[in-house]
Design a protein around this ligand. Structure first.
Ligand SMILES: N[C@@H](CCC(=O)N[C@@H](CS)C(=O)NCC(=O)O)C(=O)O
Length: 217
């Protein structure tokens, strides 16, 4: 098994997940800035053309960060980062969909179409006219989530799960590109510090972070 790795908040989420699991998987570095992920041989393996990907020993390649994490959870069930029972797994999936569909996908697209447009113009169709709406929507939905968190330490309740890593990695990156969690959102601000203080948060940063000068990659 090996991970096709690069800088970026999605590969970082996978690195943080792997660290939290306490497993070791070899990394093959892929030149994201040089667009190696957008051409063969990488796209022969992962036609989605995005990072990261997981290659199994039988040659099967799994793209999409959460699909990779779900596979790793199945083969390394402890510590559970998605859930151990049907109820825990369904509760996690519920929050994962709420976070990804309402917040992180909009945050990433707001970045790709706006601040990051020079990097993404050659990679995908951009919708620059949606940037203001997407960034406003992210803030509205963060406020909605803040209200729902109540006294919970983590998004699903009392246990840290993958969805916490998904939102943390997105918003740590977002903070560097003008889409941070407002300090008015007290519950989410405290939650962010809680995740940020985990050793995996620091250890998951890509080795090129200082050189590239971007946060949360
Ligand atoms: N839906 C994909 C998104 C992955 C993604 O956006 N990866 C970024 C790095 S964080 C990437 O490959 N960016 C370069 C590109 O799109 O060419 C997933 O969850 O794996």
């Amino acid at each position: 098994m090996k991970v096709y790795n690069s800088l970026g908040p999605n590969p970082r989420m996978l690195r943080m997940f792997i660290l939290e699991k306490g497993i070791e998987i070899p990394f093959i570095e892929t030149d994201l800035m040089g667009m190696a992920n957008r051409k063969p041989p990488y796209t022969d393996k992962n036609p989605g053309g995005q990072m990261p990907a997981l290659e199994l020993d039988d040659g099967t390649v799994i793209g999409e960060t959460v699909a990779i994490c779900e596979y790793l959870e199945d083969v390394h069930p402890t510590p559970a980062l998605i859930g151990s029972t049907p109820k825990e797994k369904a509760t996690h999936r519920q929050w994962q969909r709420r976070v990804e569909l309402n917040i992180t996908e909009h945050m990433y697209n707001g970045f790709r179409y706006g601040v990051g447009a020079d990097m993404f113009r050659e990679r995908m169709r951009l919708i620059p006219e949606s940037v203001d709406g997407l960034t406003t929507l992210v803030q509205e939905k963060l406020a909605w989530l803040d209200g729902l968190m109540g006294n919970n330490d983590y998004i699903c309740g009392s246990e840290m799960r993958m969805v916490d890593l998904i939102l943390y990695c997105a918003m740590d990156f977002g903070t560097g590109v003008g889409q941070s969690i407002s300090s008015d959102l007290k519950n989410l601000t405290a939650w962010f510090s809680r995740i940020d203080s985990r050793p995996s948060a620091e250890a998951s940063k890509h080795q090129t972070t200082a050189e590239v000068g971007m946060r949360g990659i």
